[in-house]
Write a protein of this length. Structure first.
Length: 110
């Protein structure tokens, strides 16, 4: 039993030394003004769920200004693609007509 009491005394002495060390290591200067508020803001911002790409895109598309611009871009792209296809089909038709005029037998092979 004496042995157990001895280790208990050593442990208490070590705890006191540790407490003294911790108190000595504690900074004595105060925190700058607004420090606590800044810490809470950072903590609260960490709780916010980050928005996924799809959610951001939906938010932009639901904004009337961006929705109108997006719609205009889609219409312009569709018109451009249609114009290019029309030009190509017109060129093909012009070639076929030319070949039919120059060599009527080539038209019949198609």
């Amino acid at each position: 039993m004496g042995r157990h009491c001895m280790s208990e005394d050593v442990r208490q002495a070590d705890d006191q030394k540790l407490s003294i060390l911790l108190r000595a290591a504690r900074p004595t200067a105060g925190f700058p003004p607004g420090f606590q508020n800044a810490v809470w803001r950072r903590i609260e911002s960490g709780y916010r769920k980050p928005m996924r790409f799809v959610e951001r895109l939906a938010g932009l598309l639901l904004n009337p200004r961006f929705a109108a611009a997006g719609l205009a871009a889609v219409v312009l792209i569709a018109a451009g693609v249609g114009a290019v296809r029309g030009i190509r089909s017109g060129e093909q038709e012009a070639r076929d007509r030319y070949l039919a005029l120059v060599d009527p037998s080539s038209h019949m092979q198609h």
